[in-house]
Each structure stands twice: as structure tokens, then as C-alpha cells.
Design a protein around this ligand. Sequence first.
Ligand SMILES: Nc1ncnc2c1ncn2[C@@H]1O[C@H](COP(=O)(O)OP(=O)(O)OP(=O)(O)O)[C@@H](O)[C@H]1O
Ligand SMILES: [Mg+2]
Length: 309
Amino acid sequence: MAIRLLPPVLVNRIAAGEVVERPAAAVKELVENAIDAGASRIEVVLKEGGQALISVADNGAGMTPDELALAIERHCTSKLPDDDLSHIAALGFRGEALPSIGAVSRMRIVSRPPGAANAWEIAVEAGAKHAPVPAAHPPGTRVEVRDLFFATPARLKFLKTPRTERDLAVDMVRRLAMAYPAVAFNVTGDEERVLLRLTATAEGSPAIARRARLAALLGRDFAENSIEIDAERGGFQLTGLAGLPTLNQALCATNCSSARCAAPIRTCWRATATRWWRCFSTGPRRRSTSMSTRPRPRCGFANRAWCAG
Ligand SMILES: Nc1ncnc2c1ncn2[C@@H]1O[C@H](COP(=O)(O)OP(=O)(O)OP(=O)(O)O)[C@@H](O)[C@H]1O
Ligand SMILES: [Mg+2]
């Protein structure tokens, strides 16, 4: 058999298998993009668990028509301005999410930077890209993903019931929302059912805002029976709340679920509070940290000592 370079549509579809394995993964990528765009309000709509429609709208920085055309190309990102992989300050940086999602769905992005005279819209269907056209939309961006995996039917077989997929997607938003109390989140499902509503808590100190957001997500009991954590070691900063063992329900709010990630976090909180259990970190990755969610969630620290244990 002759070796050949695969056509870009196929390359994107193969890559999509790693980036978007289910609706919750697409929701994660789109909400992360909205957070990276500086949004203070994010609206998510899920139809049939996200398989029929995922819509993520934000009031962030928006994109010009030229940027829209680039955003759906692989390895195009605005988040590595100096090509320095050890200095990542955003949730994304690979430039893979949008082209991957567009390769396996019918995707439409409508966007308008604040101050622009009008919005522009671009569509991708199973990897086939259209040119940007003028559209009507307020400042910000809305990404609509319809018929996820219609272009890769084998993937559909691995999806669980719409209800389970919906719950996984909402859980993903809840995890991200923990770390961003200044952002309001709204998630609605079929028949406009409200699945999650979180108001922004931008007033007061970051610690007060965090506590209010966690009370909304984990309950008043957790907020009232937890202590503040703010520790720094070797360039890795951990902030958050640690709750009582009896309220053992807090989660790691970074987008990394790796066991390796737990070691530095554990060391950090041991130094802070020995009698308390479970904590979560918040905020963007620091200079010394690089994370990847592919092919498996894993986390690498510039200082290898953090990964011991
Ligand atoms: N909601 C949004 N608002 C403004 N710009 C956006 C938005 N979503 C995407 N973009 C732009 O499109 C680019 C491509 O997005 P995409 O998610 O594919 O890649 P990324 O976020 O750079 O990296 P990753 O693949 O790791 O998520 C982004 O770098 C950003 O410039
Ligand atoms: Mg992204």
C-alpha cells in the first residue's frame, strides 16, 4: 500500500475523535473559549442532551470576519502570541477545538467584536467550510453545533441516553463555573428547562466571590464549613476552599483530572491545613504548568518534583 497524506477533512475528523468524544467535551471547549474571550455572561442551550443542538453564546471579545475564517482552521490560535509553550495563560492553546467540532457536526459561528458595525457568520458542515457572510448579532459570539457526530455515525453508538449526556454536559459547566465566579452562567435544556443558573458575584474580594459561587454550586453547608486556601510553592499556586471530611464533595476545578495533578495539590494543602480534606484549585494555569487533555487527561509541571508521590 502506498503511503499518502490524508485529505484535511479526514485529518480533522480523526482529530475530532480525540477532542470531542461526547457532547460534554464540545460544551467544555466552547465554554472555555467564551471564558478565554473575557465573557462575563455565558448562555448554554442543550437539545436532546446536546446531540441535536449545543449553543454557547457569550458577550466576550468576538471575532472579525478574517478571524472567523482562521478560527475554523487547524492549529490557528490567538492564545500563544509568543510561541512559548511554557507560558500559557488561557484555557486553550492548541487551535484544534473549533475545526474538530466542525468536522463532525453542522457548526455555525456568529460573532461581533464590541464596536464593530455588524456581526459576521461562518458555517462548517462535516468539515466543509463556507465563507463568512454578514449577520445580525449583538457584540460577542454564539457557536451553534447541530447534529453532533452525524458525520461519524460510529461515534453516535457510544453515546449514552440524552438525559445522561445532558447531565454530563451540565456537570462540565458546573466545574468550570467553580473557578470563574465573576462569570454568569445559564444552561437550559429541552422545552427551555433551566438546568443551571448562576449569577455573577463580581463584588467584594475574589475570596468572597468564590465562596458565594461555591455556596451556589455545593450548598450553604459547604461554604459555611470550609476554610480558605491560598498557598504557593515552586511557582504553582493553589487557591480555593477546603471542606470538612463530612462534606466530602468538592472537586478539582482545573480541567485536569489526572492523578498526577493531585500530588502537588495535596502537598500544597498539607502545608496549609492538615485536618481538612479535599480542595480545589482555581484560576488559569501558571507559567510553570502545562496541561493537555489529549489523548488522556494528564498534567505536566515544569518542576518535576511536583509530580512525585
Ligand atoms: N467565543 C469566542 N470568542 C472570541 N474568540 C474565539 C471564541 N472561540 C474561539 N475564538 C477564537 O478562535 C480561536 C480558535 O479556537 P479553538 O477553540 O479552535 O482553539 P484554541 O482555543 O486557541 O485552542 P484549543 O484547541 O486548545 O481550545 C481561538 O484561539 C480564539 O482566537
Ligand atoms: Mg478553544
